[in-house]
Design a protein around this ligand. Structure first.
Ligand SMILES: C[S@@+](CC[C@H](N)C(=O)[O-])C[C@H]1O[C@@H](n2cnc3c(N)ncnc32)[C@H](O)[C@@H]1O
Length: 198
């Protein structure tokens, strides 16, 4: 099997890493949801060796992630977990959760399930960082995002760019409060929430 490759990961990994260097500076154990190819994991785990970076994704993506992790042979990337937000999440708790470009790929019902389940994998005080495109007050933030949304919905009507406010409402219901909404290149955002300390 050819190693999967995502060009967008190469473009966005440095701006995301800059956020993680700040936000995850005092973290130890990160759960990544929807790791995709595994490229982000390899890049971030190599740059942030104090972290244990736990990848996960639906079963079909695990062979590709294993290839990326195997070639990089880092000490801080355990074997990927099978994680589908439609099924119970792992019993383990982490002090940080990261996910990139997943909320517009999951259907809205799946996004709701994910946020409802997050407290089960987040220790009190844990951080959640989400990267991707978001609408603001129901409006696209660029023509490029509007075109991307149309393309997503044409491919699968359950997909689409999410409203920041709707996602933040789910986070609040899950006991997470917003620390930061950072503008990123190409009209993306990094959203950082924290689970209440308990
Ligand atoms: C556009 S890819 C992003 C991959 C990677 N995070 C990146 O930024 O390149 C969307 C990811 O969401 C994952 N995903 C979609 N539905 C999911 C679900 N129900 N549970 C967990 N992951 C899911 C996909 O398998 C895929 O890895």
């Amino acid at each position: 099997m050819d190693k999967p490759f995502s060009p967008s990961c190469e473009r966005n990994r440095e701006p995301i890493l800059a956020v993680l260097r700040e936000r995850f500076a005092d973290r130890r154990h990160v759960l990544e949801i929807g790791s995709g190819t595994g490229q982000h994991a390899v890049h971030f785990a190599a740059a942030l060796p104090r972290l244990v970076w736990q990848t996960s994704d639906v079963a079909d993506n695990l062979p590709g992630i294993r290839q990326w992790l195997g070639e990089a042979a880092l000490a801080n990337t355990p074997a990927p977990l099978t994680l589908d937000v439609n099924l119970p999440l792992p019993a383990e708790r982490f002090d940080a959760v990261f996910t990139a470009n997943t909320l517009h790929i999951m259907g809205w019902a799946e996004v709701q399930r994910l946020f409802a389940a997050l407290p089960g994998v987040m220790q009190p005080g844990a951080l959640l960082t989400v990267y991707g495109p978001f609408n603001e007050k129901g409006q696209f933030t660029s023509e490029g995002n509007a075109a991307f949304d149309a393309q997503l919905r044409q491919g699968d009507p359950r997909r689409g760019i999410r409203d920041f406010e709707a996602v933040d409402a789910l986070a609040a219901q899950a006991g997470l409060h917003l620390l930061e909404k950072r503008a990123m290149p190409a009209n993306n955002r990094c959203l950082v929430w924290q689970r209440r300390a308990g």
